[in-house]
Design a protein around this ligand. Structure first.
Ligand code: FE2
Ligand code: FE2
Length: 231
């Protein structure tokens, strides 16, 4: 909580994060429209379409609020790995999933999103407008969370546990990859900095020493080569 409070305390960072969330939501909305096109189940199609509309509306809300907050430009540390938005929906591969596994995956993503948005709402005491926006969006996320669970139970009454388990494993794997990539980037920067501070000084020293050994003043240039041949 204190970490989230810190992440959200700065208005600039808050604005950047909301704009980033807007992209994630819009991505999710596009994937869900695609899912609606692909499914053969009429009631799922209706639900996916409504879901897609919700995500598009969230994108719009986040974008608007982000722009409002963004008073001046500047680079800020976004800490995205600390407070991601409705993550998961953005890297959904709709075409390759069955309705069952898609629902399981959606359910878990929405559940995680609902949990995170509830935290963000709670720490945003200093910004009532953004807090109200999260509260409104949270209602939709809770609906997404419950309809996906119910539909999964309808389509796969016996395999629902397995589907959820598989989806959870896939999400864990993706999280691991994300953390590993982020860590690799941090370590890479650290290694470069270390090399800079550890390897550079001896060379600088050597260069200084070499410079001291050079005679001062002008020294005679090498004799010019004869100009008779082209070499
Ligand atoms: Fe959303
Ligand atoms: Fe959602």
């Amino acid at each position: 909580m204190p970490l989230h409070r810190w992440v959200w305390a700065d208005a600039q960072r808050r604005a950047r994060k909301l704009l980033r969330f807007a992209e994630t939501e819009a991505d999710g909305g596009r994937h869900l429209s695609r899912a609606a096109e692909l499914t053969r189940d009429a009631s799922l199609r209706r639900l996916y379409l409504r879901h897609a509309e919700d995500e598009m509306r969230h994108a719009e809300l986040f974008r608007r609020r982000g722009r409002e907050l963004l008073a001046s430009r500047g680079r800020v540390f976004e800490a995205n790995w600390l407070a991601p938005g409705e993550r998961g929906l953005d890297d959904l591969e709709v075409g390759s999933e069955s309705d069952e596994s898609l629902l399981a995956f959606l359910h878990l993503s929405e559940k995680a999103a609902a949990g995170r948005f509830a935290v963000y709402r709670d720490v945003l005491g200093g910004d009532p407008q953004t807090r109200a926006m999260f509260a409104r969006i949270l209602e939709d996320e809770e609906f997404h969370m419950s309809y996906t669970r119910k539909q999964l139970a309808r389509l796969a009454p016996r395999r629902q546990g397995l589907r959820l388990w598989t989806a959870r494993a896939a999400r864990l794997w993706r999280t691991y990859l994300r953390v590993a990539t982020a860590l690799a980037a941090v370590l890479g920067t650290l290694m470069l900095a270390l090399q800079y501070f550890l390897l550079l000084p001896p060379f600088a020293l050597l260069a200084k020493r070499a410079a001291r050994r050079e005679p001062e003043g002008f020294s005679r240039a090498r004799a010019a080569p004869p100009l008779k041949s082209q070499y």
